[in-house]
Design a protein around this ligand. Structure first.
Ligand SMILES: Cc1cc2nc3c(=O)[nH]c(=O)nc-3n(C[C@H](O)[C@H](O)[C@H](O)COP(=O)(O)OP(=O)(O)OC[C@H]3O[C@@H](n4cnc5c(N)ncnc54)[C@H](O)[C@@H]3O)c2cc1C
Length: 455
């Protein structure tokens, strides 16, 4: 779909975007393409939000994201915004180590993945391949829905997704239990839920589609680091004339006389509409005034996704055999060692490289299974949930609502606010998970809604 052009007969509107994360940046570029006059207010000194990079001792680190599991979604979004994307495919994607010493590895190559599984659990390889084929069919039929804001039943029927309603109504555990695969393989498929610290019994079934994505489109990493995605969007926005105001925290949003008032420390400005890329729940509960008490109490009940614990390291030694190494212990405690050396074509054993340890609890830092192949390691920085909250202006030190099966069925938070006229949401609260691709798509869908609305 080509981007809407400024030749449209629609009015040029004065729009404020609150937050320059992936969602806010995508919304800003899209709104500008549509001919609107856009100002982005960002509380931090630069754009990118959680998907930014930073430097320590001459090494580049990503703050949050480490892998792109939805290349088709990200490619769609960047294509819509007319921005180049340069991604490196990952062949040996991840391994999961268990307490009993067993390990499961996932490669882009499904046959290799299945044959390794088969060696430990005879017969499981074929079951795995069958599961992946089934998930691929579901993914193919439902993928178009990803690019639609709150698709209804009619749309589900039109794209052929209605036949998978059963899949969507069941949770992740139930969908995988039907595969007949051993528990450990199922846990390894659900590793994204474990590392997020979410109970797998509450997780939505679409998370199983990651297996189809890894063996289909593949898993990727941006050639110039995660921060390069936001940097490209920011450059496109600036080139097109979007205004950015950094170190500027929006304190309040007020709808008054058909206009949106954006309150800053130094005074207020008026806009026709606002796209908030700040926390979805936080936008309603701390930025907007006069939300109905029953809506507020519903929002307060949504469980929120903590950003977890991170240690930013510099390491020397042999690179890991897979890019990501998870360790899952009996109590569902999950830790992850991210090894970017794995993506280097010729890593030097005597040079320092950036790496990261991620966990769903502070215990992530307690043991050293991940140090096996390292000759040297130094912890350069740590980030706990309150640190993330302070640095990234996160509501209650959390990302957005946890994507439970129930919340997904309810339809998540809407791009167009049903509660505040002139308010739109962009970011992970409006999409089925906390992925950078979803946030970019969300920004486009929020902008498109705004553009189509007459107010
Ligand atoms: C540890 C970790 C690992 C992750 N791993 C992955 C991964 O591997 N793959 C993946 O795809 N995703 C991953 N994610 C998720 C991904 O990073 C996020 O979902 C995505 O970056 C969020 O983008 P967003 O558009 O919702 O906005 P955010 O990144 O939350 O940005 C919002 C921006 O709004 C600004 N802001 C907030 N309030 C105000 C205000 N009042 N006024 C002005 N500005 C304001 C903030 O400063 C921030 O810059 C990870 C996240 C973390 C923390």
């Amino acid at each position: 779909m080509p981007p809407a052009s400024s030749e449209d007969e629609t009015l040029t509107r004065k729009v404020a975007v609150v937050g320059a994360g992936m969602g806010g940046l995508a919304a800003a570029v899209r709104l500008n393409q549509q001919g609107h006059d856009v100002t982005v207010f960002e509380a931090r000194p630069d754009a990118g939000g959680l998907a930014s990079s930073f430097h320590l001792q001459g090494l580049r680190f990503d703050y949050g994201p480490y892998i792109l599991l939805d290349e088709p979604g990200l490619t769609w979004a960047f294509h819509q915004l007319d921005v180049e994307l340069d991604l490196v495919p990952i062949e040996a994607v991840y391994e999961v180590l268990f307490d009993d010493g067993r390990a499961i590895r996932f490669y882009k190559d499904r046959e290799r993945t299945a044959s390794e599984m088969d060696r430990t659990w005879p017969g499981s390889g074929e079951q795995y391949l069958k599961l992946v084929s089934r998930l691929e069919r579901i993914y193919r039929d439902t993928q178009p829905l990803q690019f639609v804001s709150r698709p209804g039943l009619a749309r589900l029927i039109r794209v052929g997704a209605a036949r998978h309603v059963g899949f969507f109504l069941r949770g992740l555990e139930s969908v995988l239990a039907r595969s007949g695969l051993p528990r450990k393989i199922r846990d390894a498929i659900m590793i994204w839920t474990h590392i997020a610290g979410q109970p797998t019994t509450k997780a939505p079934s679409p998370l199983a589609l990651v297996a189809a994505l890894i063996h289909g489109a593949g898993a990727y990493y941006p050639r110039n680091g995660m921060g390069s995605l936001a940097a490209s969007l920011k450059a496109a926005a600036r080139q097109r004339g979007v205004r950015f105001r950094y170190d500027t925290r929006v304190q309040h949003l007020r709808h008054d006389n058909g206009r949106m008032k954006v309150e800053l420390a130094e005074g207020q400005s008026e806009f026709d509409a606002v796209v908030s890329n700040a926390h979805g729940v936080g936008t309603y509960l701390s930025l907007v005034s006069r939300i109905a008490p029953q809506v507020a109490s519903q929002l307060q009940r949504l469980p929120l996704q903590p950003p977890g614990y991170c240690e930013y390291l510099r390491v020397k030694g042999e690179p890991s055999s897979t890019y990501l190494r998870f360790r899952l212990t009996g109590g569902n405690d999950c830790r992850l060692f991210v090894d970017p050396r794995h993506l280097e074509s010729n890593p030097r054993a005597d040079a320092w490289y950036p790496a990261r340890l991620v966990g769903n609890s502070e215990r992530a830092h307690g043991d050293d299974w991940w140090k096996e192949s390292l000759d040297a390691v130094e912890v350069l920085e740590r980030r706990t949930p309150p640190d993330w909250g302070r640095e990234f202006h996160l509501y209650r030190d959390s990302m957005n609502p946890v994507m439970t099966a129930r919340f997904m069925r309810q339809g998540r938070l809407a791009h167009k606010s049903p509660f505040v006229p002139g308010l739109y949401l962009a970011g992970s609260s409006t999409h089925p998970g906390q992925w950078v691709s979803f946030c970019a798509i969300s920004g486009i869908l929020a902008a498109d809604q705004l553009h189509e609305d007459r107010f």
